[in-house]
Design a protein around this ligand. Structure first.
Ligand code: NDP
Length: 271
């Protein structure tokens, strides 16, 4: 029997680690699976997605720049993906694609794996882009004492507070207005690290013994890691664990099996 076909689509796509992660998951269950990285330009998405269905693909991961636009091409979209305003996982149905978002669940699992608590904690989320939007509802579901969303652009946190109104104690803020605040957990969901920078923040913001988590990984993690160290963080984590955990959620959606993330994470870190 031919191996089931899976893929990640985006542009650019060569950097994606997903084609390394999923075969390692599949090997844990002796499942035959092919997983490709397919570059698709935004203008081609509406034509290529039905083609991938016709070609028999069973599941697709979606990355930039298609996460927000692919929903319109799905026959249905999960509630969490609608809330996040982004789809990163497609499961084949007989007639089309069912969209979901595994990023939020991926972060929650990684925080749990690392023993970083959210319940009853004061949590600061830096950044108000697509990734921030995807993690707010699951963070609020863990019942933090307060979740403050802060961004360079003062309007974006306001819009997010409106979007997630009634789901928990979410407070929009600007970076400057954080002055004098102290948080148990600070999560970096900005993309500043990709250009080697760190958002400008006012003074100490972390309680003694607090934790810092960065959605970025690799070289992009370095500026936040240095800042977290200067804040005296007891735990500092990058987003590689979230990446592997969100992939595990996709794998579960597609194949109904829960892979062990630890050996896969170790393999990625060792390479
Ligand atoms: P977006 O482009 O949607 O949002 C980026 C955010 O970063 C915006 O709030 C933007 O601020 C802010 N920002 C960018 N540059 C700076 C800067 N120099 N100083 C301060 N703020 C800045 O990106 P995403 O939300 O999709 O991604 C954010 C990060 O999360 C990326 O590094 C991405 O790789 C990572 N990520 C990791 C995942 C994982 O599995 N580990 C999954 C998804 C994302 P403003 O609004 O003011 O422009």
């Amino acid at each position: 029997m031919a191996a089931s076909r899976y893929a990640v689509i985006g542009q650019p796509i060569a950097h994606s680690l997903s084609p390394r992660i999923h075969p390692l998951f599949a090997a844990q269950f002796s499942i035959e699976l092919s997983y490709e990285a397919i570059e698709i330009a935004p203008a081609e998405l509406a034509v290529r997605l039905p083609q991938l269905h016709a070609d028999g693909y069973s599941g697709i991961n979606v990355t930039l720049p298609h996460k927000a636009t692919v929903a319109a091409l799905c026959e249905s979209v999960s509630e969490r993906a609608q809330l996040a305003g982004a789809v990163n996982c497609l499961k084949r149905s007989d007639t089309g694609w069912v969209g979901d978002n595994t990023d939020g669940e991926g972060l929650m699992r990684d925080l749990a794996r690392l023993g970083i608590a959210v319940a009853s904690q004061r949590v600061l989320l830096l950044g108000a882009g697509g990734a921030a939007r995807g993690v707010i509802a699951p963070l609020l579901a863990l019942q933090p004492k307060e979740l403050v969303v802060s961004s360079r652009n003062p309007w974006k946190p306001e819009e997010l507070a409106e979007r997630f109104k009634g789901r928990g104690p979410l407070r929009p803020c600007t970076h400057l207005a954080l002055k004098g605040d102290h948080y148990d957990l600070i999560i970096n969901a900005t993309s500043a690290g990709h250009d080697g920078s760190m958002p400008r923040l006012p003074g100490p913001l972390l309680v003694s013994g607090g934790s810092c988590y960065d959605l970025s990984y690799g070289k992009a993690h370095a500026p936040f890691a240095a800042w977290a160290q200067s804040q005296g963080a007891a735990k500092i984590a990058d987003g590689l664990g979230m990446l592997v955990e969100q992939a595990a959620v996709s794998f579960e959606i597609w194949l109904g099996k829960s892979p062990d993330v630890e050996p896969v994470l170790a393999a990625l870190r060792n390479s």
